[in-house]
Design a protein around this ligand. Structure first.
Ligand code: DC
Length: 231
């Protein structure tokens, strides 16, 4: 079912560009639900790991999908919990390892089909800010407001290292940069729903703008568009 055109704002972009922070803030400002589609792919990754399914084995992966239920539970103004077969796995799926497994299993058509359906069904229940890799291109092609949030790999690696240091880890900046470049390549070179800006997406470079400035810029863009429509 196609979602209401006005009710979906899409934010796509590579990992580490600030999509989650920006999407949460924008959703709270607009009073929309925040849809974290990366968390859904990560939950499938966790399921695959737990069941010891070989991510290279398409048949086993498809069978594994039959026994998988993913739900997203909005919490407060700007947060969402991801439930895997009823269990809250939100914290567990945030690891770097789950990011890599998610990237791997996200190349499978069966996985994408299942999650695309689920994402559209969430949109049918109310207004959304949907973040991911293919929100504006594949899942919600009719969304009225599409953004592509980018930042240089070096800046994204710097932010990631900062996050890890805050968690008490001691990351190797070169290694982190290498991981980011590898995941960018995997996400943008896969045959199905590759990471790329939608033709009508507004491209925003967060390398030189703080989160508040990015959100204000997006809101101005959304309001400007609405005013044009009212004329
Ligand atoms: O945004 P994230 O880092 O949580 O996403 C984890 C992986 O999931 C990402 O490397 C690719 C995949 N993904 C996807 O293929 N499509 C989406 N809409 C969201 C995430």
């Amino acid at each position: 079912m196609a979602a209401d055109k006005k009710a979906v704002v899409t934010i796509d972009g590579p990992s580490g560009a600030g999509k989650s922070t920006i999407s949460r803030m924008l959703a709270a400002r607009l009073g929309y639900t925040y849809l974290d589609t990366g968390a859904m792919y990560r939950a499938v990754g966790l399921h695959v790991r737990r069941r010891e399914i070989d991510p290279e084995d398409a048949e086993a992966l498809e069978a594994g999908l039959d026994e998988l239920a993913i739900e997203l539970l909005p919490v407060g103004d700007d947060d969402v919990r991801v439930l895997l077969n009823g269990e809250d796995v939100s914290a567990m799926v945030r690891s770097a390892e789950m990011g890599l497994v998610a990237s791997q299993i996200s190349a499978y058509p069966q996985v994408r089909r299942k999650l695309t359906e689920l994402q559209r069904s969430v949109a049918a229940t109310g207004a959304l800010v949907a973040e991911g890799r293919d929100m504006g291109t594949v899942v919600f092609p009719d969304a009225l407001h599409k953004f592509y949030l980018d930042a240089t790999p070096e800046e994204r690696a710097r932010r990631r290292c900062e996050q890890l240091r805050l968690r008490g880890e001691n990351p190797d900046p070169q290694e982190i940069l290498g991981q980011i470049i590898k995941r960018d390549h995997a996400d943008s070179s896969r045959a199905l729903a590759p990471l790329r800006p939608a033709d009508n997406a507004v491209i925003v470079d967060s390398s030189v703008m703080g989160p508040e400035a990015v959100v204000e810029y997006m809101l101005a863009n959304i309001k400007g568009f609405a005013m044009l429509g009212e004329k």
